[in-house]
Design a protein around this ligand. Sequence first.
Ligand code: PSU
Ligand code: MN
Length: 309
Amino acid sequence: MPTVAHPAPPPAVRIAEEVHAAVADGRPVLALESTILSHGLPRPRNLEVGLAAEAEVRAAGVVPATIGVVEGRPVIGLSHSELERLCTADGVVKASVRDLPIARAKGLDAGTTVAATAWLAHRAGIRVMSTGGLGGVHRGAATSFDESADLPVLAETPITLVSAGVKSILDVAATLERLETLNVPVVGYRTLRFPGFTISDSGFTLDYRVDSPSEAAALARARDELGQTAAVLIANPVAPEHQLDPGLHDRVLAEALAAAEAEGVTGHDTTPFLLERFQRATSGRSLEANLALYRANVALGAEIARALA
Ligand code: PSU
Ligand code: MN
């Protein structure tokens, strides 16, 4: 069976022994990002969520590899105390790919975004990762040029990513167009409706769906057999009973976007600002939806990792 060539891990990276052994033996591993913990969820829930995700992955017979940066060193498979540190310490930054050299040179702690996590996971030989909602093209990007590095990194990183679509704070239509331009296959999981992060349906449709972990794994293998090097995006909608009320979602989104504009929030602060604003304005209901969709994506990612192993 053809497999993707994984570049050798960069010398600065530390891979946990358990993860290294599982990758070497061809056992299933699921990569998890840490920006969702350090910058996307409030304390102390963030640590509980990070630990629960790892426990769930283990219960599915898969080795979890939460990825982050500790004192400048990218770690694939954070220890309990390292995870705790990224969830609780002051001065933890948000690292995309371009921030990794800066974090390293300055010895910073960092949560890694989807972009940085996927980039590192691929170099550690990991084939599947889960997140909440992918980054993408921000509203107003035509003038601000604010497009998450998640997109160009996925274009050149042959990993399978499970997410509840892209964050609804984004310009979803433009993000779908960019994913097409970047040659990233996008399929719905048991649906042709593109998910809207904390709401089940973004209002946009997809051309293709997969209905099982083995179908998702077959898609990743097909990509590999063609020698293509983009990620495959498995868009897994939040269960309707866990979604945020769509009317409430739309109202709060309008308020949050106006607040960001009024307060002059830009760049990498935009996503954490809008997510936090959402959590407060919905009295935590968007947080519950975010946690439900994240749990579901972790569970599905683990099943796909098993199907691919
Ligand atoms: N999904 C969530 N919460 C988050 C994120 C994703 O449910 O906090 C993070 C991811 O790490 C993603 C990042 O890569 O937001 C995108 O940020 P930006 O738009 O600045 O690239
Ligand atoms: Mn940005």
